[in-house]
Write a protein that binds this ligand. Structure first.
Ligand code: GCU
Length: 343
């Protein structure tokens, strides 16, 4: 009888265990890997809209295996922090300005050069040419991440609290926030101003508390980030076209099956397409809003004196990093093919 009871108890345990195991099995099968993407823009920004499209795309195609989560507004930290999180794999992707990537690989210096591109068309052709971008996008492999696509971040121009910048001389004695790249510090020196490098999220408070006299960015910073509430003078000196770069953790990317990787690649192209489609209309809307609601005035100075002042930077960067010469020459070919339209 005792033996009989023991048999029943053992059977019961087996049934319960099997149940738990079966439960666990279906649980792990169902549990999708969370893919985290961080960026520093608002949810109105074309970059966020494009990443949300990617989120829907992956969730629809591979939702049983991956669930994409997008974290805007520096929720995961500043761009510098997010790049480090992507390096270690604490998050899977983030959007970083090309400007801050030159501390991870010198190859990125090239796209930080002022007045590098003759026109929007030349810029887009360069960025869309894998023969030009490939060696740059892969140059951070050892650092643990790679670029998977680029995003438009417009043209960078000066804007200030107290006066319009119409010639480089107007920058004299002015503290201007720049992105954290040695090239930007050098550029400000050549223009006669004083560079104050800091993260994007700190700029609004720095402007408001007059720690800086101005900053430089595309038009969206006026509205999306409220800089136009403080700075009323925006001058189109057009000094840089610095792309944003979506970077991914290499271990994550390399761990994808060939089929899943192909779907992710399709998704990266979708991000690029949606973001660029939205870009010009967002800039136009920001300009109208800045003019009408924030009373920002827009100025169109002669860009030549700014360009002349910055030009020595091209040669000094190429001299320090001769490996960039081939890329530089390839860019000049596109500049000849798509010259300035004088805008
Ligand atoms: C732009 C760019 C961002 C960058 C910011 C900055 O908004 O899209 O990637 O962080 O400029 O000036 O830091």
């Amino acid at each position: 009888m005792k033996r009989h009871l023991r048999k029943i108890a053992a059977l019961l345990i087996l049934v319960v265990l099997a149940g738990i195991l079966a439960g666990c099995g279906s649980g792990t099968e169902k549990k999708a890997r969370i893919v985290r993407i961080g960026h520093n823009q608002s949810t109105n920004h074309p970059t966020h809209i494009a990443l949300a499209a990617f989120q829907d795309f992956i969730n629809e195609k591979l939702g049983d295996k991956y669930r994409v989560e997008v974290y805007p507004n520096e929720l995961l930290g500043s761009q510098n922090n997010m790049v480090q999180l992507t390096q270690t794999g604490a998050i899977d992707f983030c959007v970083a300005s090309n400007a801050i990537l030159d501390t991870f690989s010198k190859n990125y210096e090239i796209f930080n050069l002022p007045y590098l591109f003759a026109s929007q068309e030349a810029y887009e052709h360069v960025m869309d040419d894998p023969a030009v971008t490939g060696p740059i996008f892969e140059s951070t492999k050892e650092a643990g991440f790679s670029a998977v696509t680029w995003l438009d971040a417009g043209t960078r121009n000066f804007y200030t609290v107290s006066k319009a910048i119409e010639t480089p001389a107007d920058l004299k004695g002015m503290k201007i926030r720049v992105q954290q790249s040695p090239i930007n510090v050098e550029m400000m020196k050549l223009l006669g101003g004083s560079a104050t490098p800091m993260g994007f999220g700190e700029v609004y408070t720095a402007l408001q508390s007059k720690i800086i006299d101005g900053a430089e960015n595309n038009e969206l910073a006026l509205t999306d980030n409220g800089h136009g509430d403080v700075c009323k003078f925006y001058s189109y000196d057009m000094h840089q076209m610095i792309p944003d770069i979506l970077i991914g953790n290499n271990a994550f990317l390399d761990g994808l099956t060939a089929e899943d990787r192909a779907i992710f690649e399709e998704g990266f192209q979708l991000i690029n397409k949606v973001q660029r489609e939205k870009w010009s209309e967002s800039v136009e809307a920001a300009k109208t809003k800045a003019q009408n609601e924030q009373n920002v005035q827009f100025f169109y100075p002669d860009t030549k004196p700014f360009e002349e002042a910055c030009k020595p930077l091209h040669q000094s960067v190429l001299q320090k990093n001769p490996g960039l010469q081939a890329t530089y020459d390839a860019i000049q070919k596109y500049n000849q093919e798509f010259p300035s339209t004088g805008k």
